[in-house]
Write a protein that binds this ligand. Structure first.
Ligand SMILES: Nc1ncnc2c1ncn2[C@@H]1O[C@H](COP(=O)(O)OP(=O)(O)OP(=O)(O)O)[C@@H](O)[C@H]1O
Ligand SMILES: [Mg+2]
Length: 236
């Protein structure tokens, strides 16, 4: 359902007449239910890659398939639908709407699916409970800690029951203890729901929990090691 297949993907930014190549015929296969990290130096293209997989942008060359959907075959309108139904995004800076409560923030993506309000709020409550925030449904983000805000963002990413969650530096704004709690939560959600997780990260703590560790080097994706679950837990 959430398998990801990337084939000879190339992407370059155009900068005042210059071409800045970021991805150079990069390929990768992730099976459904994977829990993978993408590491690489700042500027290597991790966010660019997540944006392409999440259909926020289109590659200049190559194919991305998510589940059975070949992204290059979709119109812009179809891509927006794909993004809303199949992908959940989690960002470093949470990207919550400050005037909405936690529950309203989580319910927001369902608005675009035409889900009625009472159903939206019910599903938001379920997801907030899943991430340990059932006592904070009505608080605005400003009244929550960083870790709690990231939990709200994770609940929002899951509310549409996506096949794939893409997280861009999800622990970068968190203290170490909270970062560990968040990565443990992501892993447990991955194991329980079978959703594919792809995390772009610099954080060794997150990489230590990964089952698949991928590096972005000179525009190519290199799988460093396939780790057994027992080993991941032993290192954690
Ligand atoms: N819109 C843009 N126009 C031009 N260049 C860009 C644009 N967005 C990113 N870049 C450049 O492309 C390269 C890759 O950026 P990207 O954000 O994907 O890297 P990253 O690996 O996520 O970095 P970080 O670890 O700092 O988040 C960088 O050199 C960046 O400056
Ligand atoms: Mg980035």
């Amino acid at each position: 359902m959430g398998k990801i297949s990337i084939s000879e993907l190339s992407y370059a930014y155009q900068m005042g007449g210059n071409t800045l190549p970021i991805l150079r015929e990069a390929s990768l296969a992730l099976s459904s239910g994977a829990f993978a990290t993408i590491s690489g130096p700042s500027g290597s293209g991790k966010s660019t890659l997540l944006n392409l997989i999440g259909a926020l942008d289109r590659p200049q060359h190559g194919d991305i398939t998510v589940g059975d959907v070949e992204l290059s075959k979709l119109s812009d309108r179809q891509l927006a639908g794909f993004r809303n139904r199949m992908i959940g995004f989690v960002f470093q800076s949470f990207h919550l709407l400050p005037v909405l409560s936690a529950a309203e923030n989580v319910a927001w993506p369902l608005y675009f699916q035409g889900v009625p309000r009472s159903k939206r709020m019910e599903r938001a409550r379920e997801k907030l409970e899943l991430v340990g925030l059932k006592d904070h449904l009505n608080k605005v983000p400003g009244k929550l800690s960083g870790g709690q805000r990231q939990r709200v963002a994770i609940a929002r990413a899951l509310v549409t029951e996506p096949s794939v969650v893409l997280a861009d530096e999800p622990t970068a704004n968190l203290d170490r203890k909270t970062a560990e709690e968040i990565v443990v939560l992501l892993r447990s959600l991955n194991e329980n729901a079978g959703v594919t997780f792809l995390l772009a990260t610099h954080d060794p703590l997150v990489v230590a929990h990964a089952v698949q560790r991928i590096e972005l080097v000179d525009g190519k994706l290199i799988e460093r090691e396939q780790v057994q679950t027992q080993e991941v837990l032993a290192h954690a």
